[in-house]
Write a protein that binds this ligand. Structure first.
Ligand code: UDP
Ligand code: MG
Length: 315
């Protein structure tokens, strides 16, 4: 098997056939030996039924991993990579925002250059809301400044890699996964190619601003312990300010200059401020503790309810 297309699907009933046809059109024409590994991530619509239809109609190259519930795109990609049999593995969305033609180019690059392990696509121009673009750019600036792992601006999960990279990614068993970071962390020779993201074939993006924000926090926490240093700096700064305050008050008293501050108000303000800062600090530590706790439970990254092998593999 040469190529495995790993396709995470969550409520993509109107897209899976479009995707299948578009991909088959490219890879059948080029005479590729390929498979499609669809991961049904607990869809609530008829995605699974549509996938089974495709499986029944196709002669061999469809594999389906169907989750017992929605585990998220990260878990779906992990499961897809785990079940992929190809020499090259491609992560691609089901909504046709990423064209299968680009995958053919990625494979060509890997074939031309044996030293290359991964070809990743990045968006040169984003067709999205300006505010969202601003937040995404700020996120990349922030995460690159606090993490030793490099995050390429505009890079997506859309990429094709060899089995060595797949094995490396699978060997990282962390439950809070952030693929963009994991794929960068594992290293290997990666070539970044620009691509133009298309409009969604149908349906809506599953990523709301809140979901994206949470995902960004996951990313920062998975790849940096910098937030854990915040309490230290805040505490040091606050202590310095309080000492300075004490000195200024002492000087004012010595010079018999009385300020017009009501001391009671000032004390309440300071107590609240210090209490607030302490709570923030404890909160940050708590976040990491929660992640460690989750990881400590060592739960599986996903649970499949059903796995459907391509036809030729069935008895
Ligand atoms: N997806 C998934 N599980 C989820 C959310 C999304 O498997 O919980 C899949 C979705 O079906 C699609 C891909 O991940 O194939 C990208 O999702 P989407 O198009 O909503 O994201 P966007 O392109 O807006 O970043
Ligand atoms: Mg999409």
């Amino acid at each position: 098997m040469k190529l495995s297309l790993v396709v995470p699907c969550y409520n993509e009933e109107s897209n899976v056939r479009l995707f299948h046809d578009a991909a088959a059109n490219v890879f059948d024409n080029e005479g590729y030996d390929y498979e499609m590994v669809f991961v049904n991530d607990g869809s609530k619509d008829s995605t699974l039924a549509k996938l089974k239809e495709l499986h029944n109609e196709s002669d061999k190259n469809i594999r389906i991993v169907s989750f017992s519930r929605n585990f998220g795109k990260e878990a779906a990609m992990y499961a897809g990579i785990q079940h992929a049999k190809g020499e090259y593995i491609c992560l691609i969305d089901a909504d046709l925002q990423q064209r299968p033609e680009v995958v053919a180019y990625m494979v060509k690059r890997l074939e031309e250059n044996p030293e290359l392990d991964c070809v990743a696509a990045f968006q040169e121009q984003r067709i999205e809301d300006k505010t969202l673009s601003f937040f995404k750019a700020s996120f990349y600036r922030l995460i690159n400044s606090v993490s030793s792992t490099t995050f390429v601006q505009g890079a997506s999960d859309f990429r094709t890699f060899r089995r060595n990279v797949a094995q490396a990614v699978l060997s990282l068993g962390e439950s809070h996964r952030f693929s963009k970071g994991l794929l960068s962390w594992v290293g290997f020779n990666t070539e970044y190619i620009p691509y133009e993201v298309q409009e969604r074939a149908s349906g809506e993006s599953k990523w709301s601003f809140v979901k994206l924000f949470k995902y960004a926090v996951e990313g920062i926490m998975a790849f940096s312990t910098a937030p854990l240093s915040i309490p230290l700096f805040l505490g040091a700064g606050l202590s310095a300010v309080s000492v300075l305050y004490l000195i200024v008050r002492a000087i004012c008293c010595a010079l018999s200059l009385y300020d017009s501050f009501d001391r009671g108000t000032l004390l309440v303000f300071l107590a609240l401020l210090i209490g607030g800062v302490q709570l923030i600090c404890i909160g940050i530590v708590g976040q990491y503790l929660a992640k460690t706790y989750e990881q400590g439970k060592n739960r599986p990254i996903y649970l499949a309810r059903e796995i459907i092998e391509p036809k030729e593999k069935q008895e």
